[in-house]
Design a protein around this ligand. Structure first.
Ligand SMILES: N[C@@H](CCC(=O)N[C@@H](CS)C(=O)NCC(=O)O)C(=O)O
Length: 249
């Protein structure tokens, strides 16, 4: 493993010198995925809470970090701008540490990128729309149909992941090695079970994926990350919503 720790120094959002990663997030939001990867990599980081209940992610200061006003943001020493987009942050971190991802020359690299982008562009994207359909379709009479359609797409996405697990032989999505893709998909499975679509999709529908979730729950770094997000119990196989200020989904 190439423990290529950052050596650069930047001005952080607060104007102070940035010497460690700085993760901006709110409990159990997409920052959960980044936090799990940071913990798994053993990276030192500071956490900056963003109060979603007060729409802090739409404040002028936060929009300077991410003009979309979305969580998460990761400030990175040595980078000339804050990072946003969960998938991009994972790709960046795993390449920097040479861990949780096949190397650029590995025959599994294409498969890794394909599923990472699938999770980011399709599953996670459909999920977040399904949590707030009214933002995308103001016509109330059609919102249920839209939500049902999205749920159909989400269930299909999990079936595609299940088929890949079957083809790879497991125990992880790409085969024998844990990658950040497993961590990302476990978070998506968590959110699908408890937010927005609660009771409408069951992890039992994808037993191989459930196996990935069980393995991840055994990992100390991931348990620590979940604890720091305010998540109690088994985060993926018996998920419970977080009841902390700032959680709005
Ligand atoms: N494509 C973005 C999506 C991020 C996203 O949807 N973040 C949600 C929290 S999970 C958010 O910031 N919601 C607050 C809002 O919509 O104002 C990513 O992958 O990072």
């Amino acid at each position: 493993m190439n423990q290529c720790l950052p050596s650069g120094h930047d001005q952080g959002a607060s104007g102070t010198t940035l010497t460690r990663y700085r993760l901006h997030g709110s409990p159990d939001s997409a920052n959960l995925v980044v936090r799990m990867v940071l913990e798994e990599l053993g990276a030192a980081y500071d956490y900056v809470p963003v109060d979603r209940a007060a729409a802090q992610q739409k404040s002028r200061a936060y929009l300077d970090l991410n003009p979309q006003g979305l969580i998460p943001v990761l400030e990175v020493p040595g980078q000339d701008a804050p990072l946003f987009e969960t998938g991009a942050i994972l790709l960046f971190l795993c390449d920097r540490y040479g861990a949780l991802a096949p190397e650029a020359t590995s025959p599994a690299r294409g498969r890794y990128l394909k599923w990472l982008f699938f999770l980011s562009n399709t599953l996670h994207s459909d999920l977040r729309i399904s949590f707030k359909v009214e933002r995308y379709l103001p016509d109330e009479t059609r919102q249920q149909l839209f939500a049902d359609t999205l749920l159909g797409r989400i269930a299909a996405a999990f079936r595609h992941l299940e088929a890949e697990l079957d083809a790879s032989g497991g125990p992880f999505l790409l085969g024998r090695e844990l990658t950040c893709v497993d961590i990302y998909l476990a978070a998506c499975a968590r959110w699908t079970q408890i937010y927005g679509n609660k009771g409408r999709w069951d992890l039992a529908a994808t037993p191989l994926l459930r196996g990935v979730c069980e393995r991840l729950e055994e990992r100390a770094a991931l348990r620590r990350a979940c604890e720091r997000e305010g998540i109690e119990g088994l985060p993926f196989t018996e998920p419970k919503p977080v009841s902390l200020a700032g959680v709005t989904d």
